[in-house]
Design a protein around this ligand. Structure first.
Ligand SMILES: *[C@@H]1O[C@H](CO)[C@@H](O)[C@H](O)[C@H]1NC(C)=O
Ligand SMILES: *[C@@H]1O[C@H](CO)[C@@H](O)[C@H](O)[C@H]1NC(C)=O
Ligand SMILES: *[C@@H]1O[C@H](CO)[C@@H](O)[C@H](O)[C@H]1NC(C)=O
Ligand SMILES: *[C@@H]1O[C@H](CO)[C@@H](O)[C@H](O)[C@H]1NC(C)=O
Ligand SMILES: *[C@@H]1O[C@H](CO)[C@@H](O)[C@H](O)[C@H]1NC(C)=O
Ligand SMILES: *[C@@H]1O[C@H](CO)[C@@H](O)[C@H](O)[C@H]1NC(C)=O
Ligand SMILES: *[C@@H]1O[C@H](CO)[C@@H](O)[C@H](O)[C@H]1NC(C)=O
Ligand SMILES: *[C@@H]1O[C@H](CO)[C@@H](O)[C@H](O)[C@H]1NC(C)=O
Length: 472
């Protein structure tokens, strides 16, 4: 027992010595003049802190202390003025100034010393800035939840209240109280969502802290889509707007980020919107690039993240320098088709931007008005049940009127018709018997495209008598 005390004393002594050595010697961290870890001040008292170090110093103050309420004096100090000193003065300390004061090296802010200052005020036991209620706290599974109702006096006893009147007292195990932090719930559950506040009774008066709304974000993104399924084409100098929409379950919160070629030079700006439905939420992010440059062409990605989940959509954007029409025949200017074919498509190669107006003419007249078997499909002309009369000159007129661009192309369609013998159409007459030696004319009318070649063949009659000599 005695030994232990002795050892502990020695250890403590050694610790103090080591610390002193460090202070006097290296100043690896700046040193504050206050030797305690916390100070307790009264309202309106002056706070004075001095800090000393080997390099230039800087301070970090509690969030409730406005910079203009602090006076900082810098000087060189030490025997040869090789050290840096900094003095902080807050002449009228207020409850909301309660918090950690840190002195650190400017070039290495992690090298720091701190002191926690309480500014007691019996009227204001909780440290809070006006106009911040209610705060939203996000409950994350398996992470402690902190209800930050810090207090202005180290010995204040508080209770945590879940609205309207469920009290939760510190239990040193799951609910832990710390006057510098507030309440920590070590393993929060879904029962810990709702409205919370802290409460203390001083001199018979009940004081309540801010209200904190504890919210459990659900991270379930159901769908992400861009309002352009295919590639986007645009002209240089014009505006590009893309709309990224994400749907999520109620309570979901998402971050929508864009990646695009011009992002590094801030070519675009985004705006957000949220639309709540009964069963889900819609999140919109609209990316606008006010004036497209060539360098803006490429892949645009919209990434939606919620907690650990990520979904992404992307679209390619092409930027054209100027409007254009490229029009040429696909396979020569003369096309052939067989009459009777179910359908035939005339489709020249056409690329144009912006989308042109396309008109088809047949022999100089609007095709669709000439025959009900003609109709447009995309930029092509489709002929149904091809007939001989469909042969002719087809002209496609392409124009982009707003930019004064016009082009046309004329193609010739040849319709091949299988040869037909006219006499076969009418009922074939038996020429009957004719006197031998008489002159007879036999007629054959034929038709076809291209014109058919006619050849006569003679077959002897199989049965009786002599056959008639054929004459062409
Ligand atoms: C602090 O000083 C102000 C102005 O002098 C005074 O009105 C206020 O009552 C003082 N507060 C306390 C707690 O002494
Ligand atoms: C807080 O309570 C402790 C022990 O009860 C006491 O020693 C200390 O002085 C109190 N602190 C203040 C600032 O009143
Ligand atoms: C407090 O809670 C109890 C149930 O625990 C309820 O009966 C009572 O009405 C509540 N009081 C107030 C003021 O809400
Ligand atoms: C684009 O975003 C707006 C929100 O500003 C939304 O109302 C609209 O439906 C969206 N359009 C498309 C096509 O997604
Ligand atoms: C996408 O939506 C925005 C905003 O609703 C609209 O201005 C833009 O033209 C749309 N873009 C495309 C490619 O549909
Ligand atoms: C959104 O991004 C911020 C900062 O990157 C992050 O703190 C926050 O948790 C993210 N929110 C979601 C819902 O992912
Ligand atoms: C673009 O998105 C599609 C579908 O979301 C994906 O399959 C593809 O890999 C993406 N492309 C790039 C380059 O990210
Ligand atoms: C087709 O273009 C030529 C010049 O490229 C023009 O002379 C002709 O009039 C145009 N035809 C029609 C029908 O527009």
């Amino acid at each position: 027992m005695m030994n232990c005390i002795l050892i502990c004393l020695l250890c403590g002594l050694y610790g103090v010595l080591a610390k002193d050595k460090e202070r006097k010697g290296k100043y690896s961290i700046p040193i504050l003049d206050v030797k305690t870890q916390q100070l307790v001040l009264d309202t309106n008292q002056t706070l004075l802190l001095s800090c000393r170090g080997r390099w230039e110093l800087t301070w970090a103050f509690p969030p409730g202390l406005a910079r203009d309420k602090v006076r900082v004096e810098e000087s060189r100090c030490g025997r040869t003025s090789q050290q840096y000193c900094s003095r902080v003065m807050v002449s009228r300390s207020q409850a909301q100034h309660t918090g950690t004061f840190r002195c650190r090296y400017q070039h290495r802010p992690r090298k720091q010393t701190s002191v926690y200052v309480y500014v007691t005020d019996s009227q204001q036991p909780f440290v809070e800035q006006p106009g911040m209620s209610p705060d939203v706290l996000y409950l994350k599974e398996k992470q402690p939840l902190v209800i930050p109702c810090r207090v202005t006096h180290p010995n204040v006893t508080t209770t945590l209240v879940r609205f309207p009147n469920q009290s939760l007292s510190p239990d040193q195990w799951n609910i832990i109280w710390n006057s510098k932090q507030g309440f920590t719930i070590q393993t929060p559950t879904v029962h810990n969502i709702g409205l919370f506040f802290c409460q203390t009774i001083t001199d018979g008066v009940t004081h309540k802290s801010h209200k904190y709304f504890v919210h459990r974000p659900v991270s379930n993104i159901m769908d992400v889509y861009l309002n352009s399924s295919g590639p986007v084409q645009a002209l240089k100098g014009t505006k590009l707007t893309l709309n990224c929409t994400a749907t999520g379950e109620l309570n979901t919160r998402v971050n929508i980020t864009w990646d695009y070629p011009g992002k590094s030079n801030d070519a675009g700006s985004t705006s957000k919107r949220l639309l709540k439905h009964r069963t889900h939420i819609l999140f919109y992010s609209i990316l606008t690039i006010p004036e497209l440059h060539r360098s803006d062409r490429g892949l645009y990605k919209c990434r939606v993240t919620s907690g650990e989940k990520t979904k992404q959509q992307n679209v390619t954007v092409t930027v054209y320098d100027r409007p254009f029409i490229h029009l040429k025949p696909r396979h020569g200017t003369v096309m052939e088709v067989q009459a009777g074919q179910k359908s035939y498509r005339i489709s020249p190669k056409l690329k144009a931007f912006p989308a042109p107006e396309v008109i088809w003419l047949k022999d100089g007249m609007v095709a669709a008005e000439q025959c009900s078997r003609y109709h447009m499909n995309g930029n092509s002309l489709v002929i149904r049940d091809v007939a001989e009369e469909d042969a002719g000159k087809y002209t496609v007129l392409v124009r982009i009127q707003e930019h004064g661009l016009y082009q046309n192309l004329t193609l010739t369609l040849v319709v091949n018709v299988s040869p037909q013998i006219g006499e076969k159409a009418v009922s074939l007459q038996d020429p009957g018997s004719v006197p031998r030696g008489s002159k007879q004319a036999l007629h054959c009318t034929s038709h076809g495209v291209p014109p058919p070649h006619i050849q006569w063949l003679w077959h002897p009659c199989p049965s009786k008598g002599l056959p008639a000599a054929p004459r062409a």
